[in-house]
Structure formats: C-alpha cells, structure tokens
Design a protein around this ligand. Structure first.
Ligand SMILES: *Cc1c(COP(=O)(O)O)cnc(C)c1O
Length: 468
C-alpha cells in the first residue's frame, strides 16, 4: 500500500515511512492511494472472528508489505481482556428502543483514544526496534490525548514521552491519571499557561528542524494515519455485532472534535461496510456542524473557542477534516491545497456549498450540535428512563442522534468516554456518583510526578536535551 499527501507534492510512501510521522513534508496529510474493498462474503466470514483477529484482517492491507506473524502478535498483545475489560473488547450496549451505544472506551484511560493508541505504542516500538532507533514524543494535552498517549507508551523501549499540559487547568481526575505514572520514560511537564501555550511550544520545537533531527522528536496527534486505521476496526466490529444480517443498514452517530473518529467511520464505509448514514455531533464549538449544514468551513480562533462540559470536543479547527475533503473531491490535491492553504489563509473560510462534492457529502454525513443544557437533560433522561449513565461527550452524540433516528434503521452512538471521567457533570445531571473501575479508586491520592515549566520554549528544549 502506498500513501499520498492531500497536498500532492510529497512522494508516495509506505506505511513504515509514515507511521512515525505526522504531517507530510508539503504540509498535507497522508491517505492511502486506494481503499481495500470488503465484500459481503468476507464480512460474513469475519463474524466468526474475535476482535484481535478482526483487527489483523482489517489492518493487514494498510500495513502491507508487513510481516504477518509480527502484526498478528502485535494485535493479539494489544486487544486483550486485561487492557479493555472484556473479551469482546468493544460492546454494543442498548440504551432504548432505537439507540444503542458502541462501547469503545473501556481501555486504561476510559476514553476511545486507547483503542488506537494502545496499538500505536506497540507499532512504534516495533518500527523503532527494527532500525535500532529512538523516538522522543513531544505533545500537548488538555486531558484525554495526553493520558491515552502516556498509558500507551509507558515502559516502551526506545520511546520517551514529554507531555505538556496547562498547569492547574485539567480536572483532578485527568491530572491524577497522568501525574501518577512514575515510569522513567514518561515526563509530565506542567506549563504555566493555557492549552494553546502548550501547543505553541510544541509547534516551535517541531519547527526547529535541527533540534528535531538531533533529538529524534516525533509527535502523537490525531493526524497520525495509524490512529485512523486502528479506529476503522471498531466500526467493522460494531457493524457485525449490531446487525442481524450482513447487508442490513445501520446509522452511526459520532461525537466529534478533530474529525478523527468519524473519518474512520467514513473510511470503513468507503471500504464497503454497509453503513447507511453517519451523524456528526458537536458541542457548542460547532465548526463541523456549520460546515455540514451550510457548506462553509470557518475555523475559529482560540478566543472564539468555548470551554464546555464536553471538553474533549472543544476544538477551533478539525485537523483531520482535510483528509475527508480531499477524498470527497476525488483526490484532487491542487484543489485541496487551494482550499486549505490559499483560501483559509486569505479569507479565514472556504465555501463548498455550490460544489457537487458537497451534495455527496450531505448524502453521507448529516450533523447537529448540542449544548450544556441539552447535555445535562440527555444524561438525566438516560439515567431516569433507562438506568444508563453516559458521559457528557456521548450525551452530545445521543442528543443529536435522537433528531436523526429513522424507523427500521438501528442507530449506534459511539460511547467516546466513561462517565467516571467526568464525575462533576454526571453529579450535576443526575445526583449520582459514577462508579469507577476498582483499580482507579485511589487515583487522586497517589503521589504525583511532574515538573513545572515556564511558558518558554528554551526551557522546554533544555529539559528535553537533558533527559534524552
Ligand atoms: C477525542 C475525543 C472526542 C473527539 O474525537 P475526534 O476524533 O477528535 O473527533 C470525543 N469524545 C472524547 C471523549 C474524546 O476524548
């Protein structure tokens, strides 16, 4: 399989070339040259597979030419009941007569990001070991990504993580989840600033090519293709478990931020998985809902981005969206570049409303947004009527899904996090204290390991240089 950049100026690369990389050298994102096709007979046969074997089958063409035995061992080591709480790995959980949840948040940090990052940790370790290389991952987090990355990379050979977070601004649970790790290869850097300060510092380090090369710096953001493809697996598993017969229609709602999760659903659909419609749900930060309603994509500034009670969806622009637009424009790289570079820079927006591609997009994806009041009432209702506790992000999904349910077509809402992670909002909505897994009961009382850094990129660089 060869990978191309959405901006068309980078040479085609292999999976091994791109797995440790973020952006392509031309500033675009990598996508496969074409998609492997699934047919009904194959899907039917896959119904008998457990999750790890299914992951092997789905991933194999994307990683080709990969060593089959090594890949099989990697997925088997990744998708275990010990890490994901049950042999099923992902589960269909009925909510009411028309909606079920796709449970993909039972991993070590209680959010769906574990599904991809746990695999990525092993893929990185494997890729590095074959070349006896090292990787120093520098990232910024406001909560979920950082913890999922640290739990995926802890103790891995040849890998160090330097994770920047805004000092004192994450929830007590998120802080404890990250800072309680004491693995020598994990460095928690609490920056005296806000999330954007952290992100700017990471960008500055990445822009210093000399420093980057000398210290083998890599990133772990949501634009990594391996993360997207690892997420394709749970859409295939979810479909096979949710329908009576292969070929039956299924609608899926995805609580969205950077467009990574729903991009995986789109890829699954492009491969031939019989998903009927995708429903994109946003919170008050409705950049993507606005696009799918109007055809206008208008990223926000940091000041225009609200802090909400579904914080992992508080985005100003959707970093994976360029892949989707490129794909729906039939792989037209010069058009994609004109939109994402020229027009966004010049106008701060682009408008596809008159383009035939936009009509095709709307056949596939519909959207809606939720807000704090609806989030609370949706969580409250699910508890009162169905005795199910859902987290605030999933609640945004359920709220939007309700307006798109059609008779005769089952609706799956992706459960992107566990309620235990966002106890304050759950208490506000239901008066209930969400149950925590046994192993996390004493999380906040464990010793915390972190270093406070000033908002200064030189301080960050000296810290990295001294610790790798
Ligand atoms: C990351 C995250 C999202 C958003 O997912 P994207 O892939 O960025 O669209 C939604 N919910 C939760 C709980 C998350 O952690």
């Amino acid at each position: 399989m060869k990978y191309l950049s959405t901006r068309g100026e980078a040479a085609a690369r292999s999976f091994d070339d791109i797995v440790l990389e973020g952006l392509a050298p031309d500033g675009g994102l990598y996508l496969p040259e074409d998609y492997p096709r699934l047919d009904r007979a194959q899907l039917q046969a896959w119904r008998a597979l457990d999750y790890a074997d299914l992951a092997f089958e789905v991933l194999r063409p994307y990683l080709a030419p990969a060593d089959d035995a090594a890949l099989r061992a990697l997925v088997r080591a990744t998708y275990t009941a010990q890490t994901f709480g049950s042999d099923d790995i992902v589960r269909i959980k009925p909510l009411d007569a028309s909606i079920s949840l796709l449970g993909v948040s039972e991993g070590p940090t209680l959010a769906f990001k574990d599904m991809a990052l746990q695999l990525l940790g092993r893929l990185f370790e494997h890729a590095l070991a074959s070349g006896e290389r090292e990787l120093n991952i520098v990232g910024a987090t406001s909560g979920d990504t950082g913890s999922a990355a640290e739990y995926a990379m802890r103790g891995r050979r040849g890998i160090r993580v330097f994770m920047l977070s805004p000092f004192g601004r994450m929830s007590a649970f998120q802080t404890a989840q990250m800072f309680s790790l004491d693995d020598p290869n994990i460095h928690n850097l609490a920056v005296q600033g806000v999330f954007d300060t952290c992100q700017d510092m990471v960008k500055e380090v990445s822009a210093d090519l000399e420093f980057k090369r000398r210290h083998s710096i890599g990133t772990i953001n949501s634009i990594n293709w391996a993360r997207v493809v690892a997420q394709v697996v749970y859409y295939v598993a979810g479909y096979l478990r949710a329908v009576d017969r292969v070929g039956d229609p299924l609608d899926v709602t995805v609580p969205s931020g950077n467009f990574g999760n729903i991009l995986a659903a789109h890829v699954a659909r492009r491969m031939g998985l019989p998903l009927r419609r995708l429903v994109l749900a946003t919170n008050e930060n409705n950049v993507l809902d606005e696009f799918f309603r109007s055809g206008v994509y208008r990223p926000r500034t940091a000041e225009q981005t609200q802090q909400t009670s579904s914080p992992s969806m508080d985005i100003s622009k959707a970093s994976n969206f360029e892949r989707y637009v490129f794909d729906m424009l039939g792989g037209d790289a010069s058009r994609t570049r004109a939109l994402f570079v020229d027009e966004l820079q010049r106008e701060g927006r682009f408008d596809l409303s008159a383009d035939p591609a936009f009509a095709r997009m709307r056949d596939e994806i519909v959207s809606g947004s939720s807000d704090h009041a609806r989030r609370l009432s949706t969580i409250g209702e699910a508890w009162q009527r169905n005795r199910v506790l859902i987290d605030p992000h999933t609640a945004d999904g359920v709220a939007v899904a309700r307006t798109h349910v059609e008779p005769g077509v089952p609706m799956l809402v992706v459960e992107t996090a566990q309620p235990a992670k966002f106890a304050d909002t759950i208490r506000e909505a239901t008066g209930q204290e969400p149950a925590r897994p046994q192993a996390m009961r004493d999380l906040e009382s464990r010793p915390q390991h972190f270093v406070v850094l000033p908002p200064d990129v030189d301080a960050l660089k000296s810290y990295i240089a001294a610790h790798c």
